[in-house]
Ligand binder design. Structure first.
Ligand SMILES: NC(=O)c1ccc[n+]([C@@H]2O[C@H](COP(=O)([O-])OP(=O)(O)OC[C@H]3O[C@@H](n4cnc5c(N)ncnc54)[C@H](O)[C@@H]3O)[C@@H](O)[C@H]2O)c1
Length: 304
């Protein structure tokens, strides 16, 4: 059992991560400026852009690990300068504060958007599926702020060496458990709407991951952090695409310039590979949309 601080613990991913880590026997403390509604773990309310208060709270927490999620989490949901300033300040304050507090394991959420798909001037991948060595070409402040988080980790690693173990992960479009049953997803529509209208899921290249799988990923990563190279970056995605047609057909329709590379994406193959997490950590996602939607249908039949 570890004592783990999760920043952004009151958020969409944070709530599932906190619950999943607590279920696995960890003592979890949520740090968020939002109130902790229905969180079953300890919660500290603070503005994490306040570096001094954050370092103080992290020192008080006496944690074995911190997982940094707090952010403006949606591209263009605030002015570009606000997104960049806020997410950069949060990264410095939380990751730097964790080093200052002597926390030995530090993990942060980045985003697949660092890859730069959807750029108004075009995007032509050399190959698909994308993986952790694919080039990063952010084209908006959110994506840039996420690359900055990855770079902040690399910077701190140069300061601490192996005394502190770091990692970053890029979760695909997170689906919380209740969203399989019809609750709105991050962009406001339901999972079924995303499947029925591919234009809704195309901006994210049809990627997704069940929030519970992010929790098992985080648990596995923290356990392995002493045994793998420090500072690794991982995509965390489902084994398949959130689409009813193969991406070889769908992607070029919405992303001109992808036809040649997308030819590899036959069957249910997703645009993002999770092979690195599988190989280095032995992690595999346990949830997929076909099974989850069928289970949600069964539940609604029972209640009908
Ligand atoms: N949800 C996704 O599909 C997805 C995909 C890729 C990456 N991510 C990343 O995962 C993380 C979590 O995403 P989410 O969907 O749960 O977002 P969310 O908006 O639901 O949660 C973010 C949380 O951060 C908190 N926060 C923001 N600014 C803060 C501050 N100054 N002080 C304290 N708390 C603050 C908010 O109150 C909120 O609870 C983010 O870093 C996001 O960029 C999410």
């Amino acid at each position: 059992m570890s004592r783990i601080v999760v920043t952004g613990g009151a958020g969409r991913l944070g709530r599932s991560l906190v619950a999943g880590l607590a279920e696995r026997g960890h003592e979890v403390v949520s740090f968020d400026r939002a109130p902790a509604e229905n969180l079953q773990v300890a919660h500290v309310s603070l503005d994490l852009t306040d570096a001094a208060a954050t370092a103080h709270a992290l020192t008080d927490a006496q944690a074995d690990a911190v997982i940094h999620l707090a952010a403006i989490a949606v591209p263009f949901s605030a002015p570009e300068d606000v997104i960049l300033r806020t997410n950069a300040a949060l990264a410095m304050s939380v990751l730097g504060g964790a080093v200052q507090a002597g926390i030995p394991k530090i993990v942060a959420a980045s985003s697949p958007t660092v890859i730069g798909y959807g750029a108004p001037t075009g995007w032509t991948p050399d190959r698909l599926p994308l993986d952790e060595v694919s080039p990063t070409l952010p084209w908006n402040a959110y994506a840039l702020s996420k690359l900055l988080i990855e770079q902040s980790i690399a910077m701190l690693q140069r300061q601490t060496g192996d005394a502190v173990r770091f990692a970053a992960f890029r979760p695909c479009y997170v689906i919380a458990p209740e969203e399989w049953g019809g609750a709105p997803t991050q962009q406001g529509h339901t999972v079924r709407e995303r499947l029925d209208d591919p234009a809704l899921s195309a901006p994210a290249l049809f990627n997704y991951v069940d929030a519970r799988d992010v929790a098992t990923f985080a648990d596995t990563l923290l356990a392995a952090l002493g045994d793998i190279p420090s500072g690794e970056v991982f995509f965390v995605g489902a084994d398949d695409a959130l689409a009813r047609e193969p991406l070889a057909d769908l992607l070029p329709r919405f992303h001109p310039g992808t036809a040649a590379a997308a030819a590899e994406l036959t069957g249910t193959t997703p645009a993002f590979s999770n092979a690195k997490a599988r190989a280095l950590l032995g992690w595999t996602p346990a949830h997929d949309w076909r099974t989850e939607l069928a289970a949600a249908d069964d539940r609604s039949d029972v209640h009908a």
